[in-house]
Design a protein around this ligand. Structure first.
Ligand SMILES: Nc1ncnc2c1ncn2[C@@H]1O[C@H](COP(=O)(O)OP(=O)(O)OP(=O)(O)O)[C@@H](O)[C@H]1O
Ligand SMILES: [Mg+2]
Length: 442
């Protein structure tokens, strides 16, 4: 039996959707580390924040999916995704909160001694430099909701990171709640695995029904917002699940899914191997075109390795495809694609230069459009496809570049492309090292 939202639930969703989301920065996310796994109290405070923040973000998406113009909201796949969001909202808001004594409540609100002034400074978010003013609304420290009731005073309870670690034992209810909350998040994360492909499917249904060749800029802007929001939600969920697990298995280099010493060279080498492997497989080549890496072995910074791998893999696949298709599959030697990594004070920049013939200037705006691809036959949309990158096809969805750019922008970086038609393409991947910028939200 399929799940259906009750009118009461939809009313609650509409209420939550009137509150702005609260942007978090990489720096705030990493505060949970501090050399050790977060205490039961600190984790509980974070789950309190998320049990309010995630429903707000989910509610915005339900509302937006329901209001999509031109009949797009009526497409079966779009409705399916909307129901996933509503169901996850329901699960989060109906999770019973533990009953706590006043003493425990007071202890939770008391900032721990070791999180003195530094945490105050660290918890400030700054403007995300990749976002035009007005493009997304990031709203750090706005008023919140508690039990569905508006609060005008954003008390200290509405903070993502608040150290609650006074060295004393916490009652077992707290830990039980933490485990239950993490379990709920895992279920939700799994439910949403297929969102990208299912929304893409919805767009295809719409294009077919309405006989549209290309999507207009409204839908493009919606997809940018929607997928960016998904990156943010999955980041917060993934982070919280990993933090919960790390209480059992601590790793000195990781805070949740953030690696404080992400080694660029190692990740780039791995992405090169993976992209070449997919290329050999796809074109039936014995040896894919070579990729040269220029990168000092000790460049490392704080980042989510999964995001960086994704961006490198996607851009490298594009370059390899361009090179093979320009010179033909039967060619024995191809021009080498060059990857150069530079480390600055503000950014780490990765340039990927290929000799794949470039892109005509008129097509440059299109490469950032979802579903723009020069592959003739789009491979079938498999909802399991984004679960593992390595089943990923060489090309064909037209999602590689726009989604990679969202990942870059999410933490204040950017992805740029400059092409010389008739020669090749340079892709610049800028990654922001300062990491204090807020998530781009709307
Ligand atoms: N390095 C490049 N050289 C030449 N053309 C490129 C390059 N990178 C991208 N393109 C062009 O831009 C289009 C869009 O790229 P994008 O990665 O977004 O989608 P795709 O590769 O077609 O499919 P997928 O979603 O599987 O990545 C490609 O189809 C190709 O025509
Ligand atoms: Mg691609």
């Amino acid at each position: 039996m399929s799940w259906k939202a009750s009118p009461k639930l939809m009313e609650m969703i509409s209420h939550y959707s009137r509150f702005p989301a609260t942007g978090v920065s990489l720096r705030q996310m990493v505060q949970f580390g501090g050399g050790q796994a977060p205490s039961t109290g600190t984790l509980f405070r974070a789950s309190q924040f998320l049990s309010e923040e995630l429903p707000i973000r989910l509610a915005h998406r339900v509302q937006e999916l329901g209001d999509l113009p031109d009949g797009l909201n009526e497409m079966a796949s779009i409705k399916k995704v909307k129901d996933w969001y509503a169901q996850s909202f329901d699960e989060l808001t109906s999770l019973p909160k533990p009953v706590l004594s006043q003493e425990v409540k007071d202890r939770l609100l008391k900032p721990a001694a070791r999180s003195g002034t530094t945490s105050q400074i660290l918890s400030q978010t700054t403007h995300n430099p990749s976002v035009r003013k007005g493009q997304y609304k990031s709203a750090p420290d706005k008023k919140g909701i508690e039990n569905g009731v508006e609060r005008n005073n954003p008390s200290s309870s509405r903070r993502y990171y608040a150290s609650a670690d006074d060295g004393m034992e916490w009652p077992p209810e707290l830990n039980n709640y933490n485990l239950k909350f993490a379990e709920t998040l895992e279920k939700i994360k799994r439910r949403h695995d297929g969102v990208v492909t299912t929304v893409a499917q919805g767009i295809l249904e719409y294009k077919r029904k309405r006989q549209r060749m290309q999507i207009d800029h409204n839908i493009q802007a919606f997809l940018d917002r929607f997928y960016m929001s998904r990156i943010g939600i999955r980041m917060l969920i993934g982070q919280h699940i990993a933090l919960t697990e790390q209480r059992q298995r601590p790793d000195p280099n990781y805070v949740g899914i953030i690696c404080t010493k992400t080694n660029v060279r190692e990740l780039a080498l791995e992405a090169i191997d993976n992209a070449r492997f997919v290329c050999e497989d796809h074109y039936g080549l014995f040896d894919a075109p070579k990729i040269q890496l220029v990168c000092s072995p000790d460049i490392h910074f704080m980042y989510v390795p999964g995001h960086l791998s994704h961006m490198l893999f996607e851009t490298l696949k594009n370059s390899l495809r361009a090179v093979v298709e320009r010179y033909g599959q039967d060619k024995e030697e191809f021009p080498v694609t060059k990857v150069v990594v530079a480390e600055g004070k503000e950014d780490i920049t990765i340039k990927i230069s290929d000799e794949g013939g470039g892109i005509p200037r008129s097509a440059i705006p299109l490469v950032w459009t979802y579903m723009y691809t020069t592959v003739d036959q789009t491979p079938s949309l498999d909802p399991d496809f984004d679960k593992s990158d390595f089943k990923a096809p060489m090309a064909g969805f037209g999602y590689g570049l726009p989604i990679s750019r969202l990942y870059a922008r999410y933490f204040g970086g950017d992805l740029k492309l400059i092409s010389m038609e008739g020669y090749g393409t340079d892709v610049y991947l800028h990654l922001n090292r300062l990491s204090s910028s807020s998530e781009p939200l709307q």
